[in-house]
Design a protein around this ligand. Structure first.
Ligand SMILES: Nc1ncnc2c1ncn2[C@@H]1O[C@H](COP(=O)(O)OP(=O)(O)O)[C@@H](O)[C@H]1O
Ligand SMILES: [Mg+2]
Length: 584
């Protein structure tokens, strides 16, 4: 239950609305209580009503009942309008808070948690929390107020009858408590199953191409079916317990009414004069007990709502209280002059023991091109992640213009950097939107877009599409070839006119001829920026100012193409091998 305390700040934010809701609840219940009292008085005066006036009395009773119901209903409407609307506002705020928080978190967080889980907490869990903020809170307030008002009236009529009639209530409370803790455990299981199910479904759809290509539809369906079956089983158990609730409560209420009639009857006819009650009072008691039915019955439901909400809020808090490990505390401007250096940098990924980068040092300046080569898994992409400060290294220093990376405003730095990651990501939007994604100071003109795409030798492809730049890409750019995606994503980086350009193995799906053209184009304008090219293909990086060769995270050789070839080491071997492959 403690987890729900997190939401108190929102109650405070909407305190006036909340207070108004409470007032409406009081007014609505006040009119609700008037009805039995009115009936009591009418019935008690029945005996001294003349026979020809009875019709008029009945008319009056019916009319007043209707009027009171209308007034009560009107305030009930207002009560819902304030409290339920408040819960919708809080839901909106909470979703925004979580979303904003997600955006501040680092790569490590997103690697640890699945997209399905992230989505679930922001939609499913917030939805369950909203049930507590709205109906949950509303019924609790309603119960307290109804109970207080009704019991006061009952005591005024007969304290001893009140005592008897209320005896089943503690039993009911204990029962509700027992059952709801059972339901708590069950609903946690249900939520877990649901989370598993939606993660699985999400993964199925994003991997649908692989599933079809490998003919795994049947197996995938079975797996999903199994998960759905588990979810159903858990839900059914919860529903079963839920189903026992209402009848049990009705039964206890029935007993209360029985007591009201039986003991009330005794009091009315044979009780001591002081405690004697009228027939009208018995009627009022039955009505009172009846109006306590719903608030009390809802208690079971409400307690399950609260249990589920607190489980959900606990999961939400888990993410909200996750602090980003990469903190961007700097807000000042940073005008990058072009020098980047690694000083004995070592880095180990948080969840594995693999030292991905070990004691790496290099320096590259404006106008120069640094190339990083090495076999897959040698730590090349990790270096680009470190440069973008997606992770902080455990040892060593990364310097931009001789300043430690941690002391530089990340947003300013990232604004001046164009990175083309190894795994291309394009949004399911038009090619135009994808291209201008990184440019935030102006909307690129048609000429700029064309120039960018010609640089990366993809404009002729785009021209071939009926809609040109306005061609819509499917999810993750599925209607493009791998090479086209790579070239568009390089164009996206170039359009930013970055002062630092990082190309991470992004020509792997392009044939050597096209690669030559792109590389030649990239030569232009390189004086104004610092370029880092990562590749496992030597042809890509031959002309670099400086080349470092990585192996298991360590720099094993460095120099220019010529010096490395003359050393006849690993670089030379790789070169020989690749030349042979190309000839074949
Ligand atoms: N997010 C990650 N979590 C844990 N280990 C990783 C992660 N990314 C890469 N690695 C590991 O770090 C090493 C270097 O990977 P990477 O930098 O991607 O190599 P390259 O780009 O040269 O192919 C590999 O052993 C890889 O398994
Ligand atoms: Mg890589």
């Amino acid at each position: 239950m403690k987890s729900l305390q997190y939401l108190n700040k929102y109650f405070l934010k909407y305190k006036w609305r909340f207070l108004l809701g409470i007032i409406f609840t009081i007014v609505s219940n006040y009119y609700g209580v008037q009805m039995p009292i009115y009936f009591k008085n009418a019935i008690d005066h029945l005996s001294d009503t003349k026979p020809n006036n009875v019709l008029w009395l009945a008319f009056q009773l019916g009319g007043s009942y209707m009027l009171l119901s209308l007034i009560k209903g009107f305030f009930l409407f207002l009560m819902r309008q304030t409290i339920i609307v408040m819960s919708r506002y809080i839901e909106f705020d909470l979703k925004n808070e979580i979303y904003t928080h997600y955006q501040t978190l680092d790569q490590g967080f997103f690697k640890r948690n699945s997209t399905g889980d992230l989505m679930n907490r922001i939609s499913e869990d917030v939805g369950l929390v909203r049930m507590y903020l709205g109906p949950g809170i509303m019924y609790i307030i309603n119960l307290i107020i109804a109970f207080a008002l009704i019991v006061t009236q009952m005591i005024r009529i007969s304290p001893s009858l009140t005592l008897f009639v209320l005896i089943p209530l503690p039993i009911m409370s204990i029962l509700i408590y027992r059952v709801s803790s059972r339901m708590n455990a069950m609903s946690t299981l249900v939520q877990k199953e649901q989370s598993l199910l939606s993660t699985l479904a999400q993964e199925t759809f994003s991997g649908i191409r692989i599933i079809k290509a490998y003919n795994r539809e049947k197996e995938t369906e079975d797996k999903l079916g199994q998960s759905a079956e588990n979810y159903k089983k858990q839900s059914m158990r919860l529903v079963l317990v839920n189903a026992f609730f209402m009848p049990t409560i009705m039964f206890l209420i029935g007993i209360s009414i029985l007591i009201a009639v039986y003991y009330g009857g005794i009091l009315s006819f044979t009780g001591p004069t002081k405690e004697r009650i009228s027939i009208g009072s018995i009627v009022a008691f039955i009505m009172f007990v009846n109006s306590l039915t719903w608030p009390f019955a809802s208690l079971g439901w409400v307690s399950s709502i609260i249990q589920r909400a607190s489980a959900s809020q606990k999961r939400i808090n888990e993410f909200l209280l996750t602090k980003p490990t990469i903190l961007n505390s700097e807000t000042g401007e940073f005008d990058f002059q072009g020098s980047v250096a690694f000083k004995q940098v070592s880095f180990q990924y948080p969840i594995t023991d693999i030292t991905a980068v070990s004691n790496v040092s290099f320096q590259v300046n404006k106008g120069e091109t640094l190339a990083i080569v090495g076999h897959t898994g040698s730590g090349k992409s990790t270096i680009s992640s470190l440069l973008m400060r997606q992770y902080d290294p455990q040892f060593g220093e990364i310097l931009f213009d001789e300043k430690p990376l941690s002391s530089i405003n990340l947003h300013a730095l990232r604004d001046q950097t164009g990175i083309v990651p190894q795994d291309v990501f394009l949004f399911s939007d038009t090619i135009r939107e994808n291209l201008q994604f990184g440019v935030n100071d102006h909307t690129p003109t048609e000429e700029e877009l064309i120039a960018g795409c010609e640089m990366t030798h993809v404009y002729h492809n785009i021209q071939g599409f009926p809609d040109g730049f306005d061609t819509l890409l499917g999810e993750r750019g599925v209607n493009l070839s791998g090479g086209q995606k790579q070239r568009i994503s390089i164009a996206r980086a170039l359009l930013k006119k970055p002062k630092l350009l990082i190309l991470d193995d992004c020509l792997s799906a392009v044939d050597t001829e096209t690669e030559e053209i792109i590389l030649r184009n990239l030569e232009k304008g390189k004086e104004d920026r610092t370029t880092i090219i990562i590749s496992h293909r030597i042809s890509t990086i031959r002309n670099a100012t400086k080349i470092i060769v990585l192996n298991h995270g360590e720099v094993i050789e460095s120099g220019t193409h010529e010096t490395l070839i003359s050393q006849k080491g690993t670089y030379f071997d790789m070169y020989e091998q690749q030349l042979k492959q190309e000839k074949n």
